[in-house]
Design a binder for this molecule. Structure first.
Ligand code: PGA
Length: 254
């Protein structure tokens, strides 16, 4: 389906791939995706591979993303990595508030909004993740939970900054489980988020912001998900770890 928003498909490698494996994977993607211009393709390797991957990506249409960043600038924050250090490797995007970080690193909406503001201050585009758990969905609280996360995680961003912000809707129960939301379930929440953006910001923001779906996206379900009117791309975990499956998802989406 023709949309006026350009699709954005990002591969979240999570804590996988040595430097050598990362370079191989990106070389393979470069070959497969040469000439694909209809989709913004973003690769998010672990920090340890950013330097080498950024060299391989030169002269390709792939873009580099990080999986997280500190809310702070350079200084005494042991183990953290800040925006200016990421920018050294031509990182353009940063995933913020992934459900694994919300769950295992205790990240909350207030922290995510500080990180999103720090990302924009450094001209990095945040990919802000939201999504309900299975318990939330089963108790009919999906919209309430997503609303709270969107309001909290985007707090303090201007409408202009929102134009360079991507939202990833990832139902927690669909991540890495092989369970995908049905296209109707995905579309319903995406439309809800878009409406919410209109009320929190304005109609232009609602029309322009790209909302990715994430959670067990595979070549077999990509086309159908991407054909939904409010689904503007995907955040892909497991299936982004191989050249074939990730490039197929992209090719099937255009
Ligand atoms: P998955 O992960 O594609 O392996 O379900 C998606 C994500 O966590 O971003």
């Amino acid at each position: 389906m023709e949309k006026d928003r350009k699709l954005i498909i990002a591969g979240n490698w999570k804590m996988n791939k040595t430097v050598a494996e990362s370079v191989d994977l990106v070389n393979g993607l470069k070959r497969e995706l040469h000439g694909v211009k209809e989709v913004d393709v973003v690769i998010c390797p672990p920090y340890t591979a950013l330097s080498e991957v950024s060299k391989v990506m030169i002269e390709s249409n792939l873009r580099l993303g990080a999986q997280n960043m500190s809310e702070h600038g350079p200084g005494a924050h042991t183990g953290e990595v800040c925006a200016s250090l990421l920018k050294e490797f031509s990182v353009r995007y940063v995933i913020l508030g992934h459900s694994e970080r919300r769950q295992f690193q205790g990240e909350n909406d207030a922290l995510i909004s500080r990180k999103a503001r720090a990302a924009h201050a450094a001209s990095l585009k945040p990919i802000v993740c939201v999504g309900e758990t299975l318990a939330d969905r089963e108790s009919g609280r999906t919209e309430e939970v997503v609303r709270t996360q969107i309001e909290g995680s985007l707090a303090g961003l201007s409408a202009d900054q929102m134009h360079d912000t991507v939202i990833a809707y990832e139902p927690v129960w669909a991540i890495g489980t092989g369970k995908t939301a049905t296209t109707e379930q995905a579309q319903e929440v995406h439309a809800f988020i878009r409406k919410l953006l209109a009320s929190l910001f304005d109609e232009t923001v609602a029309r322009k912001v790209r909302i990715q779906y994430g959670g067990s996206v595979k070549p077999g379900n990509a086309r159908e998900l991407m054909s939904q009117p409010d689904v503007d791309g995907a955040l892909v975990g497991g299936a982004s770890l191989e050249v074939r499956s990730f490039s197929d998802i992209i090719k099937l989406s255009v």
